[in-house]
Structure formats: structure tokens, C-alpha cells
Design a protein around this ligand. Structure first.
Ligand code: CA2
Length: 137
């Protein structure tokens, strides 16, 4: 099974700032743990701070991998383009948020991804990515 995690803007800062919201582990370290835990899977990871690069990656992988785990970060709440890309591909997308976006500012409570996601996980910390993998299994 081929899965990809796509992370949006500023998630490259995980573990380096705001540990009270996002935890203290870097995504690189967490991703290594996931790969060890799910040795039988082919899991890759892509992060970009650029909206168009995220759309390009969705187009690139969205017709042949088995599942996409997408944390579009702030673009979740603003990007019609990423929402349209999720709608336009055939691979199922699980939307993940580390924090509980519904317990935060009002602007975080709208998602352009959710209407076309096969599922949404939020508020479980980094474990949400693991739960998303399990949902594909
Ligand atoms: O909870 C999530 O996973 C979010 O997608 C994270 C986004 C935020 O804009 C969404 O509303 C919810 C922000 C990611 C920024 O990550 C940082 C990590 C460490 C330090 C600074 C930012």
C-alpha cells in the first residue's frame, strides 16, 4: 500500500516553536517512527509552504497512490485551489489537524478540504497521522 503525507505551511517548524499547541517532536523524528511502525507500507512525506506546490503534488500522486493524508495547515481555511484539487483527484484524502481546530479561533473552523475528504481527524496531536494511516488499512 502506497500512502503519502502532505503537510502545508509552517509545519516544518513542528517541535521548534509553540510546543503547547503542536507538541515538541519534529515531524522528521515522528515520520521515522511511523516508517518503523508500518514497515510493510510505502509511506512518503512532502511539505511545502507554497500553495501551488501542494496542488501540484496532489495532481502528481492523486491518481495512483492508495491514500493521501493531508494537513494543509493554514491553507485549509483559505485555499479554494487546494479544495478543488482534492475534489479533482481520485485517491481518497484524509484531512488531519494536530490541534482541535474547533476549539480555536473562528477562522479555523471552516475548511475548504473537508467537503471532499473521505474523513477528517483533528485534536489528536501527531497521533492523528497514525490514525489516518490506520483508516486506510
Ligand atoms: O492543527 C493543525 O494541524 C493546523 O493545521 C496547523 C496550522 C493551523 O494554521 C491550522 O489552523 C491547524 C498551523 C501550522 C503551523 O505549525 C507550527 C508549528 C510550530 C510552530 C509554529 C507553527
Amino acid at each position: 500500500m502506497k500512502l503519502i503525507i502532505i503537510n502545508g505551511p509552517n509545519l516544518n517548524l513542528l517541535g521548534k516553536r509553540e510546543p503547547e499547541i503542536y507538541g515538541s517532536k519534529t515531524f522528521e523524528d515522528f515520520f521515522k517512527e511511523l516508517q518503523l511502525k508500518y514497515k510493510e507500507l510505502e509511506i512518503s512525506c512532502f511539505q511545502s509552504n507554497i500553495e501551488g506546490e501542494i496542488i501540484d503534488k496532489l495532481h502528481e500522486v492523486g491518481f495512483d497512490c492508495d491514500g493521501i493524508i493531508l494537513n494543509a495547515a493554514a491553507y485549509t481555511h483559505t485555499s479554494v485551489g487546494i479544495g478543488d484539487a482534492v475534489k479533482g483527484i481520485t485517491t481518497p484524502v484524509v484531512e488531519v489537524h494536530i490541534s482541535n481546530i474547533h476549539a480555536r479561533e473562528e477562522f479555523r473552523q471552516h475548511s475548504y478540504i473537508s467537503p471532499n475528504a473521505s474523513g477528517v481527524l483533528f485534536g489528536f496531536g501527531l497521533k492523528g497521522y497514525d490514525l489516518a494511516i490506520q483508516s486506510f488499512l
